[in-house]
Structures are given as structure tokens and as C-alpha cells.
Design a protein around this ligand. Structure first.
Ligand code: SF4
Length: 384
């Protein structure tokens, strides 16, 4: 069978079981990359960043902080947001391919068309999840009860005083815990996932905290402890230069990973925390993301600009499998590389634009981009 016929078959939904389809797509498109013109099937995962606005001002966040924000001018964020009909069109396009759709922000619940998008996703029986800081989840309870997501991911940074301090909002922790309990009681079919990013600031308190809430926070399907994503100045400069020279792109989502060294935890502390946590038996499942071995943890924190050979072997699938649509309609792959705008084209065409194909070609030929060592896509094909 010629490659074009195979390509067509692989693009046809519902013909092949999902798992086989995914593996086959990856092998096929990567192996025969040059023969299929560096094209890709429809993305398997799409993040919809409905808004960059947020109701919190977390210390480590690049969304609002003008020093590290990719937008710089937060007062104009709402006026740049896509109108609802663009998102509805995206969902209509996605429907036959059934990708995992993640609604994310900013604080995604603030988007003016949030209710309509949730209704549409549910009515179309799409596979969708939601990432939120949890502060105003109760305001959406009636909506989410009627149209429940498969999963809600909520960020918690540590015990009450630490969480409220990091997120600069007194009383936030209590409110989020209360909302988690409400969601647990009211949305029986929705999984609740907690995310805690490990920093130097919260790490000393995590073990006692998780112990103390073992019987208090119930109904959690998974509690993930996320390694802090960061990049050093030299690698960031190299990435910017590389993107400028090869793709004529100047903007970099990686700017937000340039974190002050005082918040990056020491490898030894992360290792000790992992050792102690994994000895415990909790009512909820705990895991680390990415799921590094001890050796990789050491290398990740101590040699930031080196690729983790154990996990990464020049086979990042993200360029073939996931994309993000930003609040202004820009479609991105590889985090900071724009491949089109949803105002002008479809997801499918953007994912196979000349720019997308050029990126895949460069990647296949070089086996890595500057910044891959700091990118969690390289380990799992998704951000966390
Ligand atoms: S691992 Fe590298 S190629 Fe893959 S998405 Fe990240 S930066 Fe891009």
C-alpha cells in the first residue's frame, strides 16, 4: 500500500482502535517523515487557553507578571480574547477525531463564553478536562453538574499558609478545599486531580502536609507532584536565536521558565521527599511528573542544560501529537512556535502548515531543539 493511502487510513477516525491508531501514527509519521512531507495526523491532545486573565497573582506565574509575561500588557488581555464562535468552530472540527481537550488559562472559568463551551463539549460527547486554581469553582457547580468534565485538575501549593502566601490570597486554601469537597459530592463521575509544583519554598512542608490531609481531602483520583520547569539563561538565549534563525520567530513561551535560583529546589531535597513519600500509604494515589528515576532527578536539577538520556532520546512526539490554541487564536506547537491562527485557518491545516512541517523537518534532522532539556513534552508528550 502506498504511503498516501496509509496516511488517509490513519486520518480516518473510528476505523482503528485508539491505542493502535496512536502507536501506528507515531511510528508511521516519524519513520516516513520525509515521504509524507513532514505532515502529521490530527492532534491527539489540544489545550484551549481560553483566557490569559486570572483572579490570582501567584508568585511563580508568568501569566500576569510583566517582568516575565508573554503578553506584557495585562489590561488588554480581555479585548484580545477570541470570540466564542471561533471556539465552537474548533470543537466542531475536533469532533470526528476525538482528541483530549483541556480547558486551561489563566483562570479558565473567567472566560465569558466558558459556559457555552462546556455545554458544547458535553453535548458533542467530547473527551475534555479542566484545569483551574479552584477559587470560583462553586460558581460553576450547577453548570458542571449538568455537563461534568472527565477530570478537573486543581493546583495546591502546600499547607494553608504556604498556599495562600504563594498565591497572594488570604483564605484561598480554605476556599479551594471546600470547593474540592463540593465537587467530590456533587460530580460523582468527575475525577479530581491535584497538582503540586515542588519549589524550594514549599518542599520542606509537603510531607507533613500530605500526611495531615490524608483523611481530610477525599475523593482524589491522583495527586501529582510536579518538578519545577525551568531554563537557564544560556539555553534560553540559544533557543531564541535558533527560533529566530530557523523559523523567524522571536517570541518565546520559555521566558516564563527563567526562574530565580532561590525557588528551584535542591536535587537532594527532591530525592529525599520522593523517597519518603513513596514509603507512605495514602488514601489517594500519588505520583511525580515527569516520572524521573533518581539519577534523572539528580541530573535534571544539577545539569539543567543537558538532555536526560534516560528519558529523552530525540523522540519527542509532541510535534506530531499535541498543540495549544492561545486566547488570541494563535496555534502553537513546541510551546512557543506559532503555526497559524484559528482566526484564519483550521486546526488541521495549522497542524500541517508550511511552518509546522518545517519544524518537524528540522527536528527530525537535528534530533533536538535548544530548550528540549527544559521541556516536559520531551518526557511524556504532554506538559504535566
Ligand atoms: S521536547 Fe523539544 S521538540 Fe519537543 S515540544 Fe519540547 S522543545 Fe519542542
Amino acid at each position: 500500500m502506498n504511503p498516501r493511502r496509509i496516511l488517509q487510513l490513519l486520518l480516518t477516525p473510528d476505523k482503528i482502535p485508539e491505542k493502535i491508531k496512536k502507536v501506528t501514527r507515531r511510528l508511521f509519521y516519524r519513520r516516513l517523515a520525509s515521504h509524507v512531507g513532514y505532515s502529521a495526523p490530527f492532534p491527539e491532545g489540544i489545550d484551549l487557553l481560553l483566557t490569559d486573565r486570572c483572579n490570582l497573582r501567584c508568585k511563580m506565574c508568568d501569566q500576569w507578571n510583566p517582568d516575565i509575561s508573554r503578553t506584557k500588557n495585562i489590561s488588554s488581555l480581555e479585548s484580545q480574547e477570541l470570540e466564542l464562535d471561533h471556539w465552537i468552530r474548533v470543537i466542531d472540527e475536533c469532533k470526528p477525531y476525538n482528541p483530549v481537550i483541556t480547558l486551561v488559562g489563566g483562570e479558565v472559568l473567567l472566560y465569558k463564553g466558558f459556559d457555552a463551551i462546556v455545554r458544547k463539549l458535553s453535548e458533542e460527547n467530547m473527551n475534555w478536562t479542566l484545569v483551574t486554581n479552584g477559587l470560583i469553582l462553586d460558581r460553576k457547580l450547577v453548570l458542571l453538574k449538568k455537563y461534568p468534565p472527565k477530570e478537573i485538575t486543581i493546583s495546591l501549593d502546600g499547607p494553608e499558609d504556604i498556599h495562600d502566601e504563594i498565591r497572594s490570597y488570604k483564605g484561598l486554601y480554605a476556599k479551594v478545599i471546600s470547593n474540592i469537597e463540593t465537587i467530590r459530592q456533587q460530580l460523582k463521575s468527575t475525577g479530581i486531580r491535584l497538582h503540586t509544583v515542588m519549589t524550594r519554598h514549599n518542599l520542606p512542608y509537603l510531607l507533613n502536609w500530605v500526611d495531615s490531609v490524608n483523611h481530610k481531602i477525599t475523593g482524589i483520583s491522583n495527586w501529582k507532584f510536579i518538578h519545577l520547569q525551568s531554563i537557564d539563561a544560556g539555553t534560553l538565549d540559544r533557543r531564541k536565536q535558533f527560533c529566530r534563525e530557523n523559523f523567524n520567530v522571536v517570541h518565546s513561551a520559555f521566558d516564563g521558565y527563567m526562574l530565580p535560583s532561590e525557588i528551584i529546589p535542591a536535587a537532594a531535597d527532591v530525592l529525599e521527599y520522593k523517597r519518603q513519600l513513596t514509603l507512605k500509604d495514602y488514601n489517594f494515589k500519588t505520583s511525580f511528573s515527569p516520572d524521573f528515576s533518581d539519577n534523572s532527578i539528580h541530573q535534571y536539577y544539577c545539569e539543567k542544560n543537558k538532555l536526560l538520556k534516560e528519558k529523552y532520546n530525540g523522540k519527542c512526539d509532541a510535534l506530531w501529537s499535541v498543540c495549544a490554541i492561545y486566547s488570541n487564536g494563535d496555534v502553537h506547537i513546541c510551546q512557543d512556535l506559532k503555526i497559524g491562527s484559528i482566526k484564519e485557518t483550521s486546526v488541521k491545516l495549522a497542524f500541517n502548515s508550511a511552518m509546522s512541517k518545517l519544524m518537524r523537518e528540522k527536528y527530525i534532522k537535528s534530533g533536538t531543539f535548544p530548550g528540549c532539556s527544559s521541556c516536559f513534552f520531551s518526557f511524556s508528550g504532554k506538559s504535566a
